[in-house]
Design a protein around this ligand. Structure first.
Ligand SMILES: Cc1cc2nc3c(=O)[nH]c(=O)nc-3n(C[C@H](O)[C@H](O)[C@H](O)COP(=O)(O)OP(=O)(O)OC[C@H]3O[C@@H](n4cnc5c(N)ncnc54)[C@H](O)[C@@H]3O)c2cc1C
Length: 531
């Protein structure tokens, strides 16, 4: 048995011996009583800039009676090893189908495959290696492949990302997701860091290994295969229509995990026309803001900003304007780049990504304004999509009509004047950019909120409103503008056997919550197989 000891403070340059010593001190025992020690959680405490240190929880195995030692210390408890419990199930008559190979679809597929249900995953985009070439070509030349891009393809929207794995969701299945990622190629540190991340470079391998695991358990993955229709009888799903290499086919199935992500606008239209209940959903839009990473490090770490023991610093800021509108940063990518994330012709979208090392010169983050359904300007369920498209088209035109992005320096944006060139910060967006005024592509309620938000955020993070910081438009796909209504069984209220899941259906907001939602849907399918 092991015991877990929390509340351990460690200097930035600690080593294993110091870790043992600190744990022994907490337990009031000798270091020699400790056989082994491993990190369970580690975070950075940077509240006092002159005393930045790590805060850790460790698992120790002792050569003396562990229960006695644990009893002596209030910060110690017995370690309960996490084990994922697969629900019992009967073999389904027909193979379950999963639309989408993002984190939601992949994890639903993994659970169903491991349960012996031989799921079929259909993915409109291409496998991760082909997709990497497609994305690189787009970023180099501005030639977009609408089927294979930063939104569509193996691994889903998060493959070309920072791969941040933190989430507000408190669900025991998070451990399952982290363990699967770590087993399949992600860095082992994700198992103990308070703010874990994988990075685009390592995500690609991880996603591929997860696919191979699903296949090794009897699952099947079909790329370049799009869900184009659903068939039902008496309110129950009976088959899905798919399009593969230009041919339409039908797959009979009783279960479809709909994990198509927030950019599957044609699929939303198909579902709406098929009478599947959907609702408008508030979301957020804005711009990417880019600073020098060294400036963020200095603001967060003070004089220690060059310490080799500290990672590239991040931030998370949220404020309310005087008018009550929320403005917040999202998906901050330390040492990363702003990416062209479009998936439709003539529409421009930004996002951010980093490699595992997070060692690029700039940091970037989404700077978003809350959009309520009353901003949509219509009761139509897809009005949010129309608003997104409108801003994406305006950004495309303002950038020059070739996927170059409109950009502006913060000083000019605050003064409502067009930028003509960069200052000390060079925009990282590829394939290129045009200096302009973002007021020309964003509505006034957004630009006014952004201006107010930037000033308020500067009170929280020194230098946030730095004049040379770069704004790139438009960040329009931070979350889904629709919710596909489901009940407690996770099935659509309109059709039994249809499981709307993940970010696109409005039930997740990042890699971890989408993966957990996929696991839950798979569990429901397994549970119902017993009835
Ligand atoms: C550039 C970028 C960076 C990001 N960074 C982070 C981050 O660091 N951390 C984080 O937590 N989140 C991040 N996100 C958000 C995260 O990627 C999403 O929340 C997550 O991927 C949602 O998972 P999902 O499985 O629900 O949908 P998605 O990942 O969007 O996957 C949906 C999949 O379905 C496929 N599909 C769509 N329609 C169909 C159809 N009709 N038939 C078949 N297949 C279809 C798509 O091609 C896609 O592969 C980032 C997103 C982007 C775009």
């Amino acid at each position: 048995m092991m015991i877990r000891v929390s509340d351990i403070s460690l200097p930035l340059d600690y080593n294993e011996q110091m870790l043992k010593k600190a744990a022994a001190k907490k337990l009031n025992i000798s270091t020699s009583d400790i056989v082994s020690v491993s990190l369970y959680k580690r975070s950075i405490d940077a509240r006092k800039k002159h005393q930045i240190h790590f805060q850790a929880t460790v698992d120790v195995s002792l050569s003396i009676n562990e229960s006695v030692s644990a009893a002596r210390c209030r910060s110690a408890s017995a370690v309960k090893e996490y084990k994922y419990e697969m629900p019992r199930s009967k073999r389904l008559d027909k193979r379950p189908v999963i639309a989408g190979s993002g984190p939601c679809g992949l994890f639903a597929g993994l659970i169903l495959a491991c349960a012996g249900q031989r799921p079929i995953i259909i993915e409109r985009g291409r496998d991760v290696d082909s997709r990497t070439s497609d994305v690189e070509r787009f970023h180099r030349t501005g030639i977009l492949d609408t089927a294979s891009n930063v939104q569509f393809g193996e691994g889903g929207a998060g493959t070309f990302s920072d791969g941040k794995l933190n989430t507000g969701t408190k669900d025991a299945r998070i451990r399952k997701v982290l363990l699967e990622f770590a087993e399949n190629g992600a860095p082992q540190e994700i198992l103990y860091l308070a703010k874990p991340h994988i990075g685009t470079d390592m995500l690609k391998t991880t996603v591929k290994n997860l696919r191979n695991k699903i296949i090794s358990y009897g699952g099947e993955v079909m790329f370049e295969t799009k869900l184009t229709g659903i068939r039902s009888a008496e309110g129950k799903l009976t088959a899905v229509e798919i399009e593969r290499y230009g041919y339409k086919l039908e797959l009979e199935t009783d279960n479809l995990v709909l994990a198509v992500g927030h950019s599957a606008r044609d699929t939303f239209e198909m579902l709406n026309q098929s009478g599947i209940c959907m609702e408008q959903k508030p979301f957020a839009m804005g711009v990417r803001i880019e600073h020098l990473q060294s400036m963020i490090n200095r603001s967060q770490y003070g004089d220690l900003y060059k310490s080799p023991y500290l990672p590239s610093a991040d931030y998370k800021l949220a404020v309310h304007t005087a008018g009550g509108r929320g403005v917040y940063t999202f998906c901050m990518c330390p040492g990363g780049e702003v990416v062209a994330a479009a998936s439709e012709e003539g529409r421009l979208v930004t996002n951010g990504m980093s490699e595992f090392a997070r060692d690029k010169i700039n940091s970037n983050s989404a700077l978003l304004v809350g959009i309520t359904t009353s901003d949509f300007g219509s009761e139509d369920v897809l009005a949010g999509v129309r608003l997104q498209r409108k801003l994406e088209e305006q950004a495309f035109q303002l950038g020059g009509g070739n996927y170059c992005a409109p950009v502006q320096r913060v000083c000019d944006f605050m003064n409502k004047q067009a930028s003509v060139n960069a200052g000390s910060i060079i925009p990282s967006y590829r394939p290129g950019y045009n200096f302009t005024s973002l007021d020309r592509c964003l509505p006034a309620f957004m630009t006014d909120s952004l201006r107010e938000g930037i000033l308020l955020m500067d009170n929280r993070l020194d230098g946030f409103s730095y004049g040379d910081a770069i704004l790139t438009a438009v960040e329009s796909r931070s979350s889904s503008p629709v919710r596909i209504t489901r009940d407690k069984t996770m099935q659509s209220v309109s059709m039994r056997g249809l499981y709307p899941c993940g970010e696109g259906a409005g039930y997740a907001g990042g890699i971890m919550s989408a993966a957990v939602d996929g696991i839950k849907a798979a569990e429901k399918i397994l549970e119902f197989s017993n009835i």
